[in-house]
Design a protein around this ligand. Structure first.
Ligand code: NAD
Ligand code: TYD
Length: 351
């Protein structure tokens, strides 16, 4: 019998890259993609693997305990890689309740269902919880987040992810559940929903729309190529130590305003516009409430213990990302309609 992994949130940005990688690389695994298909979940992301024999899609809500229990009873997964989440900070400021339902209640439901299924049973089980560096709060100019940094979440998004991390650890300590957690910095790459900084800027430059930079653009993020996050998850899933946490980051810090300028100059070149043309679209808008100043990861544990190394430099990854969005305008058009438009108006037009 093949080893079965439920991947939650597999139709989203990181989840779709992870599902594709596991389906292609591990034909002896069956990957069950459990996703609610919220505004952020798009099965178009997985068109190329949807007919593979070791792949199944199940639509469902992890916040629905009865559904999760019956799915686990029927599918009997050996392992879970849990990515499903409400993931956008600005949405969490507008509507924290969705984040508690999915990120906290949903995680608890998956833990309960896994515990019921695996309790006393043989086999190699693992509950892998994918989390964020935002649980550690906000850094000043100095220092890095390590696995020992105290939690200090400051947005409803990061508070809900912190709560889910605590629940996962509580299940390890209280019930002996085999768990592993990773906390990663900001990801970028193809298939990211264009509400996040990098795809939003690409989309707006193409459409000659203002580039909304929050505050003065002084905040700093540590950007990682999404497939390097996937390779880290793969390593931790197969070689990580149960009960441990691993930080993942790109050692690639950029102040928002510098990153937006860098993107503008790449886009000028790609769109054959005069240098400086795209930067004219930069518009400073009201700052995000409680905006965390700086995130930066110390990834030495995963590098030293598991030998993880990111595969590409930022310049190359950013070029590839921009090329992908320019070549996939149809994808962008599909995701920038409907629910996204309502949110977009609330977020930017009402300011
Ligand atoms: P995303 O928003 O692109 O995708 C989330 C997916 O979860 C979507 O497919 C959505 O349909 C699904 N989903 C949402 N609510 C659900 C529910 N109630 N039931 C079932 N499915 C549901 O997110 P992402 O950027 O791919 O992030 C994936 C995970 O990685 C999240 O847990 C996030 O916290 C974490 N993470 C993200 C980043 C980043 O930079 N994007 C960095 C570190 C960690
Ligand atoms: P984002 O991609 O939302 O990721 P996160 O908030 O999880 O780090 O935002 C990255 C940074 O870019 C963050 O400091 C907020 C800023 N930002 C803007 O300045 N303008 C925007 O329109 C967006 C979406 C983000």
């Amino acid at each position: 019998m093949s080893y079965k992994i439920v991947v939650t949130g597999g139709a989203g940005f990181i989840g779709s890259h992870l599902v594709r990688s596991f389906v292609n690389k591990y034909p002896h695994y069956t990957i069950v993609n459990l996703d609610k298909l919220t505004y952020a979940g798009n099965l178009e992301n997985l068109k190329d693997i949807e007919d593979k024999e070791n792949y199944q899609f199940v639509r469902g809500d992890i916040a629905d305990a009865a559904f999760v229990n019956s799915l686990f009873e029927s599918q009997k997964p050996d392992a879970v890689i849990h990515l499903a989440a409400e993931s956008h900070v600005d949405r969490s400021i507008l509507n924290p309740g969705d984040f508690i339902n999915t990120n906290v209640v949903g995680t608890l439901n998956l833990l309960n269902a896994s515990r019921n299924l695996w309790n006393g049973s043989e086999g190699k089980h693992l509950f892998y919880h994918v989390s964020t560096d935002e649980v550690y709060g906000s850094l000043g100019k100095e220092g890095y987040f390590t696995e020992k940094t105290s939690y200090d979440p400051r947005s409803p998004y990061s508070a809900s992810k912190a709560a889910s991390d605590h629940l996962v650890r509580a299940f390890f300590h209280t019930y002996g559940m085999p768990v592993v957690i990773s906390n990663c910095s900001n990801n970028y790459g193809p298939y990211q929903f264009p509400e996040k900084l990098i795809p939003l800027m690409i989309h707006n430059i193409v459409n000659q729309k203002p580039l909304p930079v929050y505050g003065q653009g002084a905040q700093t993020r540590d950007w990682l190529w999404v497939l390097d996050h996937v390779s880290a998850i793969d390593l931790i899933f197969h070689k990580g130590t149960t009960g441990e946490t691993y930080n993942i980051g790109g050692s690639n810090e950029w102040q928002n305003i510098n990153l937006v300028h860098k993107m503008c100059s790449i886009m000028d070149r790609k769109l054959q516009k005069p240098y400086g043309d795209s930067a004219k679209l930069i518009t400073f808008v009201k700052d995000r409430a409680g905006h965390d100043m700086r995130y930066a990861i110390d990834a030495s544990k995963i590098k030293n213990e598991l030998g993880w190394v990111p595969s590409i430099q930022f310049d190359e990854g950013l070029e590839k990302t921009i090329d992908w969005y320019l070549a996939n305008e149809e994808w962008l058009e599909h995701v920038t309609t409907g629910a996204y438009q309502n949110y977009y108006e609330q977020q930017y037009i009402a300011r």
